[in-house]
Design a protein around this ligand. Structure first.
Ligand code: FES
Length: 237
């Protein structure tokens, strides 16, 4: 496979053809913010937080779905990029509960983290907010769609990792939401409660029920363990 030379934030980079700009930046030690990208899932380009400036291009392309090209000159933190990222975060916050202090995801919410990084404390945009009922009718997962940012990671994880296709986008515009078939609860759907959707969710939209009111994330320690649930004995940490 041929190698492509380009420049990212003034650094010369050489990566295999087919690499995305986000991956190339990562290999150079440059972190590009992302909400819908996950290396385990197919690229989607939905959240737009990973936008970058590329010399010669008038728009700001999403780096997670843009392939490198010879001689590309990329800037990941130009004033235009920073301003656009702030606007994206403000738009997301416009329809998001501001209950971070009591949210179970506090401490590992990617939306909160990037709002902090970009100094976004509130949204200048005022409008209707979702008021979905929180779903906790099953023993494993709490689903709060008011906190969903429609990044689609749960949809892809269900299809690509679990192989179930139990989740998909439904409705349009403001009413767009992630839904099971027939908009049933997780318990009434084909969900196998594997937890893959929960583990990729960047916000508090999908949470482990067992964790509720137990401890804050920063109080926990990761350990190697064996899942006792189905008897297969999968190891994970
Ligand atoms: Fe690239 Fe969401 S991370 S568009």
């Amino acid at each position: 496979m041929g190698l492509i030379q380009l420049q990212i934030d003034g650094k010369k980079v050489e990566v295999p053809a087919g690499t995305t700009v986000l991956e190339a930046a990562e290999q150079t030690g440059i972190h590009i913010p992302r909400l819908c990208h996950d290396p385990e899932l197919s690229p989607w380009g939905g959240c737009r937080l990973c936008i970058v400036e590329i010399e010669g291009m008038r728009n700001l392309p999403a780096s997670c779905v843009t392939r490198v090209a010879p001689g590309m000159v990329v800037r990941t933190d130009s004033p235009a990029v920073v301003e656009a990222r702030r606007a994206i975060l403000e738009l997301l916050l416009a329809n998001h509960p501001l209950d971070c202090l009591t949210c179970e995801k506090n401490g590992e919410c990617k939306l909160a983290e990037y709002c902090y990084v970009y100094g976004v404390k509130e949204s200048p945009f005022r409008g209707e907010k979702h008021n979905y009922a929180v779903e906790d009718s099953n023993p494993f997962i709490i689903r709060d769609q008011n906190k969903c940012i429609l990044c689609g990671k749960c949809v892809r994880a269900c299809a690509e990792i679990t192989g179930k296709n139990n989740l998909d986008f439904a409705y349009r515009g403001f009413n767009t939401r992630v839904s099971t078939f027939g908009n049933s609860s997780l318990l009434e759907s084909d969900c196998v409660f594997c937890g893959n959707c929960v583990s990729v969710c960047p916000t508090g939209a999908l949470m482990e029920k067992q964790m509720q009111n137990k401890a804050r994330r920063w109080e926990l320690k990761r350990v190697k363990t064996t899942c006792p649930f189905c008897g297969t004995g999968c190891n994970f940490d």
